[in-house]
Design a protein around this ligand. Structure first.
Ligand code: T46
Length: 146
């Protein structure tokens, strides 16, 4: 995971949202993609879930997590992920299953423009805990400023 400042300035929190390159093993039978804890996935993961059958025009997310770290991988189809650290935002298209996006804590994320039949895998560091969510953008900005 290489972290680089986005505009030549100091590294900010959004610069820690980086591509994750999964190991892809292909042969004549097709392709096998691997995510190893501690290698491609830079945290110990406790939970995996996926989003699918998202209706056209629908979006997901629109929240931040206080502690949770995440890697999102669009294992089928394509999706756009917008990440926002309260100061800067960036849109990251996920278009192929061997490249995911790492999202550290305290980043607002939204997923939109799901293609038909898109499946988005989420690998996360924490068990489900509603108290870890910040679901109001103004609350998020206030916590970022603190
Ligand atoms: C994220 C994006 C990409 C559970 O009961 N257990 C779970 O593990 C999860 C993830 C959700 N839920 C419940 C909570 C809600 O009642 O399922 C319902 C839908 O969850 P939510 O509205 O948070 O769904 P998304 O797609 O907006 O967000 C989810 C994850 O919650 C979130 O961590 O980053 O996918």
């Amino acid at each position: 995971m290489a972290v680089k400042a986005s505009k030549g300035g100091p590294v900010s929190r959004i610069d820690h949202c980086v591509d994750v390159h999964l190991q892809s093993i292909g042969d004549t039978r097709g392709s096998l993609i691997v995510a190893n804890q501690g290698k491609e996935i830079p945290f110990n993961f406790r939970r995996v879930y996926f989003l699918h059958q998202v209706p056209p025009g629908e979006s997901r997310g629109h929240h931040a997590h206080r502690r949770l770290e995440q890697v999102l991988v669009c294992v089928a189809g394509a999706v756009e992920v917008t990440v926002d650290d309260g100061t800067q935002s960036r849109m990251v298209p996920l278009v192929e299953p061997s490249t995911g996006l790492y999202i550290p804590p305290m980043i607002w994320r939204g997923l939109s423009r799901f293609s038909e039949s898109a499946v988005v895998l989420s690998i996360v560091s924490e068990k489900y805990d509603e108290a870890d969510y910040i679901r109001d953008y103004r609350d998020f900005q206030a916590e970022v400023r603190r």
